[in-house]
Design a protein around this ligand. Sequence first.
Ligand SMILES: [Zn+2]
Length: 236
Amino acid sequence: MRVAGTRARSAVPSATDPLNPIWHPSPNFGERRDGLTPSLIVIHYTAMDSAQAALDRLCDPKAEVSAHYLIGNDGTLWQMVREEERAWHAGAGEWHGQTDINSRSIGIELDNTGKHPFPEPQMHRLEQLLRQIMHRWAILPNGVIGHSDMAPGRKFDPGPRFDWLRLERNLLAAPRGYAAGPLTASKGQFRSLARAAGFSADVDDDTLLHAVRLRYRPWGRGPLQQADLAPLIPHS
Ligand SMILES: [Zn+2]
């Protein structure tokens, strides 16, 4: 029984409740080109030993890198670049045939060395932040990608320990396919399915396979198999 006068709280946090990030401005940003607005969110890990070290680097004019947000391993949220501006986090690469990802995206750095799992408070904050950004810019779950998705072979973050399935279950990333797929997987079929899913960067077969596995089955080893195609086959 509820006590009179208290409000029932929704289990799902509102997409408009402010998260009040700590403003820690970076000089490393510019204007989005060609009037572009964010249609993608790119998730990274910092590959550094502490959030402070990452903040220092992401705000160092000599480093010429930045991101819109950094989430500490305890869930602390910093903002370095306004969402309207173009931060410098994505670099060379492409997704669904589109380049200049910096002009099309919002970059979120997760404080993580790349060698250990992402703690619950950090994942929880990431989910809150994703909901808000997706709401503000009308970004769909398929617009949430990893750095390694758009820069295969060049970048490996957010890495094999990032819980993509959790984001998928919460409608914060595109759901993977579960169809069995063709029994004998050809490299050509794999390449065209990967391209249709967004992996359009021009890389060799092994690099592409590694990038797709990082996203869907990072435990995968050896030559191409049926299980590598399944996540790429869209739900009918
Ligand atoms: Zn990155």
